[in-house]
Design a protein. Sequence first.
Length: 170
Amino acid sequence: MTQLGVDICGLRLKNPTMLASGVLDETGKSMLAIAGAGRGSHCHQIRGTGAEERPPNPSVVELEHGLLNAMGLPNPGIDLFVDEIKEAKKGGVPIIGSVFGGTEEEIADLSGRVALAGADAVELNLSCPHAKGYGAEIGSSPELVESICRLAKRAPRCRSSRSSRQTPHR
């Protein structure tokens, strides 16, 4: 029998497919349902999480030949989302937490908190073009991306719930 399992930087996946962060992985219960459906998705990447709640906004426009989607990073904030990560972990599939922030320190802090909540890996969302100050402005600077990655990698996995309030990169 063919084996599709892959190892990505120590994260073992049963196959190389995963549910990307988005509307299907907003809650731990929805991620559990998808994991239980056997749809070949053996890893969930949790929607981007920030320090504070960002409410949903109108995000889809119908065009003549398709849809245009701009989410803008809506999420309940890290304090509420850690429970969703813990719930999703019950599905037995690896969880990748996605974080974003307005400062290097905030991103590092969130990275540690998502890992502490049980995420098996952390994605740093540094390129969202729809959330001013949280994405493209940060991701377009190689020096800033390098600095953020270094800080996030060194982030203690048990940081306090304090929120970094330094000057954002906007």
